[in-house]
Every structure is written in C-alpha cells, then in structure tokens.
Design a protein around this ligand. Structure first.
Ligand code: URA
Length: 259
C-alpha cells in the first residue's frame, strides 16, 4: 500500500508511535515477519590463531560454542555475536547490546536482557533500572565509568537482544547464548560476578528463585558469585531495597577483602 508519505515522514510517524508506547503494528492482513528472510549477518572473521572447530550442522548451541571459543578478545566476541544467526530476537532488535563499563574491572554485573532504552542506545542498563543500578553502585564507591579500574564495574546481560515486550527470556534463548556469556566472563576477567535477577542466576548457576538465592555467595564459572535483586524488581518493590543494601555491603566487604 502506498501511503504517499516519504521515508522521513514515515519514520518520524513510526518513532512518535513508539514513544507513545506502541509495540506492535497492526494491519488489515497479518504479516508473519518470522517467515521473511533476515538480513544475512556479516560473518565474523575468525582470528588466524583460532583453532578450527568441527561444528555439527543445525546445532545452534554447538555453533555458538565454536564462535565464542574462536573469539580471542572482547571485540572479536562482539563481532561473533553480531554474526550469530540463530537467535530470532535479533530480528526485532535495533541494536546488539554487548557491554558497558571497564573490561578487567573487579566486578562484572550480569543482568537479564536489554529493555527499550538499552535497545535504542546499544548499551546495557541505561533506562530507569540502570539509573537505579548506578545509584546503588555509587553508594559503595563504584561506577561503570570510574577513573580507577579498581573502582570500576563491567556490565553485560544474559541476552544481547531485547525480547519483544520485555518478556522473560526462554530457556532455549538462554541456552543458545550462554556460550557467548561464558566466553565474555573469561575475556573480561572479573574477580567477582554479581548476578542481577533470575535470568542471570538461571544462566550461570542453573537455578532461579532470587528471593532465596540473593545475598548468599555462590560460585559460577569458578568465580565467587553474588545473586541480588534486579533493580527493575526494586523499582516495583521498594521495600526490597533494604535487602539490596545489605547485599551491596556484602559485596563491598568481599571486594575490600579481595584487595
Ligand atoms: N534490565 C536488564 O536486565 N538489563 C538491562 O540492560 C536493562 C534492564
């Protein structure tokens, strides 16, 4: 259908509707966008030194493992994720949200997945939950942009693409993208992991139930891991900030002890 609008006017109208909260386009006849071929992702260049892995055909997890293992630094890992074709979330997302903060910082925070603001900016935790996270970190003298690496944090998510309507990630999505998250932790080399919310606990501890898990040190990928309430949960349940504060103090004590 030709609406008579030029490209710029059509885009402005669409962005205005998104601002108003529209999340789905409804036409006279439905369009199954999952049937449309996705744009072919550019293949990541495997570094010359990467071992050649045998990847069984049609095994998205094995493919993710091989692609992640071939990445020798964070830039290569981001490129490998951008080239990974098997997760349908990428089709509805504006940006791949990889990480923020200082790689090599002692603390690596793992959230769930980008929301609308993160999807738009391509950075994790920039919306309301992210602003609360920044205030929580500030309360213990940490920041994603700290000058001294010792006081910095590094932040990523279990999923790099926004799920539609911010729905909870499925077990299949988590399993498919977990090899990238594991490699991300290896390459970022934190001393401590903070697991924000259930998706992060499910991915890295194999368990959820944040109300029971929070505040208790666990181990993930050979590192001390502290489950905490997700800041989005704290926005909806301000009474839980008391526990979150206790967990932040616990984190601070551990970091001081770790030198
Ligand atoms: N919630 C998350 O888990 N991650 C983000 O990046 C933003 C909100």
């Amino acid at each position: 259908m030709d609406s008579g609008m030029d490209w710029h006017a059509a885009r402005a109208a669409l962005e205005w509707q998104v601002e108003l909260g529209a999340t789905d386009a409804i036409q006279d006849t439905p369009v199954n966008r999952f049937e449309a071929a996705p744009p072919a992702p550019a293949r990541a260049q495997a570094p010359a030194a990467a071992p050649a892995a045998h990847v069984p055909e049609d095994d998205p997890i094995a493919e993710a493992e091989a692609a992640a293992a071939g990445a020798q630094d964070l830039g290569a890992l981001k490129a490998a994720m951008a080239a990974y074709p098997h997760c349908d979330l990428r089709r509805g997302a504006r940006n791949l949200v990889f990480a923020d903060g200082v790689p090599g910082a002692p603390v690596m925070i793992v959230g769930e997945a980008p929301g609308r603001d993160e999807d738009r900016e391509g950075r994790p935790f920039v919306g309301r939950a992210g602003q609360l996270l920044d205030r929580m970190l500030d309360a213990i003298g940490r920041a994603r942009d700290a000058d001294s690496a010792g006081h910095a944090v590094y932040i990523t998510n279990v999923l790099p693409w926004r799920p539609p309507q911010n729905r909870t990630p499925t077990a299949q999505e988590i399993a498919m993208l977990l090899p990238f998250l594991r490699r991300h932790v290896t390459l970022a080399r934190p001393r401590i992991l903070v697991l924000m919310g259930n998706a992060s606990c499910q991915a890295l501890l194999g368990r959820s139930g944040i109300t029971r898990l929070r505040g208790h040190w666990d181990e993930a990928l050979g590192l001390p891991a502290l489950p905490m309430f997700h800041p989005a949960y704290l926005l909806r349940n301000p009474q839980a900030k008391r526990e979150a504060w206790a967990d932040l103090l616990e984190l601070q004590a551990r970091l001081r002890g770790a030198g």
